[in-house]
Write a protein that binds this ligand. Structure first.
Ligand code: 5GP
Ligand code: ZN
Length: 123
């Protein structure tokens, strides 16, 4: 655990969070500043790497557990119409917390749909 890492503090309960699901090594909790009707963060309880940029095949097991929990949360949150899993790397992509995490986003209506990602806005 990194002593100044917000998500390490969430993982041990030092910072309260609205936990929606957990498995042995993974925690899912609501983002404090939601960017979608449903916005849940999926984190490994241990600080294994700072971002997806540092992942290797050695992390296959924990990644499988993270994706499995994400799909479980999507089911429980009734996101059958569609959901998105996003991981930001670096300041230009908006990464602010340097503890591996995925944003699970969903809950948009099928009429309006999900917002387009920045690289889809074209130019
Ligand atoms: P990033 O910007 O690094 O991709 O994602 C970090 C996310 O963590 C942001 O969406 C931010 O709103 C969320 N966040 C930051 N601090 C806290 C906190 O203390 N509790 C919760 N639940 N979310 C947080
Ligand atoms: Zn951490």
């Amino acid at each position: 655990m990194s002593s100044d890492c917000i998500f390490c503090a969430v993982a041990v309960g030092r910072i309260p969070a609205d936990v929606v699901a957990e498995s042995s090594k993974v925690l899912a909790f609501r983002d404090i500043n939601p960017a979608a009707p449903t916005h849940v963060l999926i984190i490994p309880k241990r600080h294994i790497v700072d971002s997806v940029a540092d992942l290797t095949s050695d992390h296959a097991e924990i990644l499988g557990e993270m994706f499995e929990l994400a799909a479980d949360v999507a089911r429980v949150e009734d996101l059958d119409e569609g959901w998105r899993l996003v991981s930001n790397v670096g300041p230009a992509a908006g990464q602010t917390v340097h503890h591996l995490h995925f944003h699970l986003l969903g809950g948009w209506s099928t009429d309006t749909g999900a917002p387009r990602l920045p690289d889809e806005r074209g130019g």
